[in-house]
Write a protein that binds this ligand. Structure first.
Ligand code: IMP
Ligand code: MG
Length: 199
């Protein structure tokens, strides 16, 4: 039996109460900057092997594009973390949902993040990974929101600094939606005042 039309519409309406608004970073700007970052990383790690570590799920699109622009030998691995807190604010209390498959001891590790907001999640990751004895540990974040930062962190590679807006697309989600947009756009509506999920 087909899903009752009215019910489905009602659900869709609720979910789109906060809608995708203004584009913050265009698709070609993303691709151009990713190529620049890849070139910079390739220069910095010349003659070394790189262990690229993506933070699931948001960093997947960025990481896949970035890695193809990096021309030193690379390993790829992922971690998944969840951060406790209110819907759009992480608390810094982080739980590891999926850990790395292999050891990073003695390796040159690059953490690849979609966005650094308060910095609390990244701060936890940095402390955790430093304890595993990598040879070096750096961060590449596609987006940073300087106005929201609660903690100063060494982010070596930054794609774009963006205003204090909740954004989706190119991997970033609002309640698991909109990751597949090829650009980054701000959310209009409730998300801006901290009502919607940001994990
Ligand atoms: P932080 O601990 O406050 O830095 O939050 C980091 C995580 O929150 C990111 O890795 C994202 O998963 C999520 N996040 C923060 N801001 C946004 C946003 O504007 N859109 C989508 N996810 C976000
Ligand atoms: Mg994330």
């Amino acid at each position: 039996m087909p899903f009752p039309r009215l019910t489905r519409l009602a659900v869709v309406e609720l979910r789109t109460a906060a809608s995708v608004g203004q584009v913050v970073v265009e698709e070609d700007q993303l691709q151009h900057r990713v190529a620049e970052l890849g070139a910079e990383i390739s220069r910095d790690y010349e003659g070394r092997d790189l262990f690229m570590m993506g933070v699931l799920k948001g960093a997947v699109f960025f990481l896949a594009d970035l890695m193809r622009e990096v021309h030193v030998p690379c390993e790829l691995d992922f971690m998944a973390v969840s951060s406790y807190g209110s819907l759009t604010d992480s608390s810094g209390v982080v739980r590891i949902l999926k850990d790395l498959d292999s050891s990073i001891e003695g390796k040159d590790v690059l953490i690849v993040e979609d966005i650094v907001d308060s910095g609390l999640t990244l701060n936890y990751l940095l402390r955790n990974l430093r304890g595993r004895g990598p040879r070096s540990l750096e961060v590449c974040a596609l987006l940073v929101k300087p106005a929201r930062r609660k903690i100063e962190l060494p982010i070596r590679y930054v794609g774009f600094e963006i205003p204090n807006r909740f954004v989706v697309g190119y991997g970033l989600d609002l309640d698991q939606r909109h990751r597949n947009l090829p650009y980054v756009a701000a959310i209009d509506g409730d998300a801006g005042d901290g009502q919607l999920h940001a994990a």
